[in-house]
Design a protein around this ligand. Structure first.
Ligand code: 3HC
Length: 283
């Protein structure tokens, strides 16, 4: 199948990052969200990233103009009729995702692929509300999407071999390396990453070491680019908590049980970098 036009649903950190990657790699890319202000903010983030890349000499001004011409921020979902692939990247709320998948399934051409960037919600359950379960799969990007080289292709129960093959080629066209995972909570990366982040929080709660020292230890002791508290703040404490809860529900291993401190921080609105305060405080 030839892919030319992509639609992204959700203009937040992940959706706008994915839209940026698609537009940079030759695809006409629609970007929408529930309100104009979210679309405007997402589009502004992408344009800002291209300006920064130009100022660093990584791309030319002509590149910026070309990328801009491919980006189509819109509030009109009808525009998505033209899409060969739609990637949903809204908040991790199954009811909301189901609503969007139903609407897109009615709207899109039958051959179009319907993908989700979900980090933990079952793709098989989402696919079941559509009439194209063979063309539904997960395409899970990592934050920051323009930088991180991996995508997880998540194969739901009914996803066809042809869809997986198309997604492998699509991921390569975006400059990403793809790995394939079954539709199990957490897939590959979060299944391994989440218990590590939760163990760091427990270690801090137990008084073994300070947050700063745990972060320093893991950065310098293992070569990770960020320590666990910096990374949890970066990913978002709400996202971390949600992923832990979903994996724990599917796989009741105490390593996935969210620590009380994480729950309380989310309840208090300390969501990490995006809210200005998580384990650390941000300007
Ligand atoms: N958008 C575009 N480019 C960005 C960016 C962004 N949001 N953030 C950083 N960059 C670019 C910078 O411009 C810079 O480019 P340059 O080298 O050409 O100048 C390059 O990335 C490196 O950035 P910095 O110099 O500012 O900082 P670092 O070297 O510390 O790198 C980082 C930043 C790439 C975020 C690095 O710290 C890192 O890899 N951290 C770990 C991130 C990680 O683990 N992500 C996965 C989280 S799990 C997940 O997403 C799954 C979900 O389901 C929970």
């Amino acid at each position: 199948m030839s892919i030319q036009t992509i639609g992204i649903i959700g203009a937040g950190q992940m959706g706008s990052g994915i839209a940026q990657v698609c537009a940079q790699n030759g695809y006409t890319t629609f970007l929408t969200d529930a309100a104009q202000e979210f679309v405007d903010r997402g589009a502004a983030r992408i344009l800002g990233a291209w300006d920064t890349m130009e100022s660093k000499g990584k791309i030319s001004h002509d590149d910026v103009l070309l990328y801009r011409s491919r980006l189509r921020p819109t509030m009109n979902l009808q525009d998505y009729v033209a899409c060969d692939v739609v990637i949903e990247a809204i908040i991790e709320n199954k009811a909301e995702k189901v609503k969007i998948f139903r609407a897109l399934d009615d709207l899109l051409r039958p051959e179009a692929l319907l993908l989700s960037n979900t980090s933990s919600i079952s793709l098989t359950e989402i696919a079941a509300v559509t009439k194209r379960a063979d063309r539904v799969a997960g395409l899970h990007f990592f934050n920051p999407a323009p930088v991180m080289k991996l995508v997880e292709i998540v194969r739901a129960l009914e996803t066809s071999d042809a869809t997986v093959e198309t997604l492998k080629e699509f991921a390569a066209s975006l400059g990403k390396t793809a790995v394939i995972a079954k539709d199990t909570a957490g897939f590959i990366v979060n299944f391994l990453l989440i218990p590590y982040l939760l163990a760091a929080i427990r270690m801090y709660e137990n008084g073994t070491a300070s947050m700063e020292d745990i972060d320093t230890a893991m950065k310098l002791g293992t070569g990770y680019p960020m320590g666990p508290f910096t990374l949890a703040d970066y990913v978002g404490l709400d996202t971390t908590l949600f992923a832990a809860e979903v994996i724990y529900a599917d796989n009741p291993d105490p390593a996935y049980a969210p620590p009380p401190l994480l729950k309380r921080m989310v309840a208090a609105g300390r969501l990490g970098k995006k809210s200005g305060r998580g384990f650390y405080t941000y300007e």
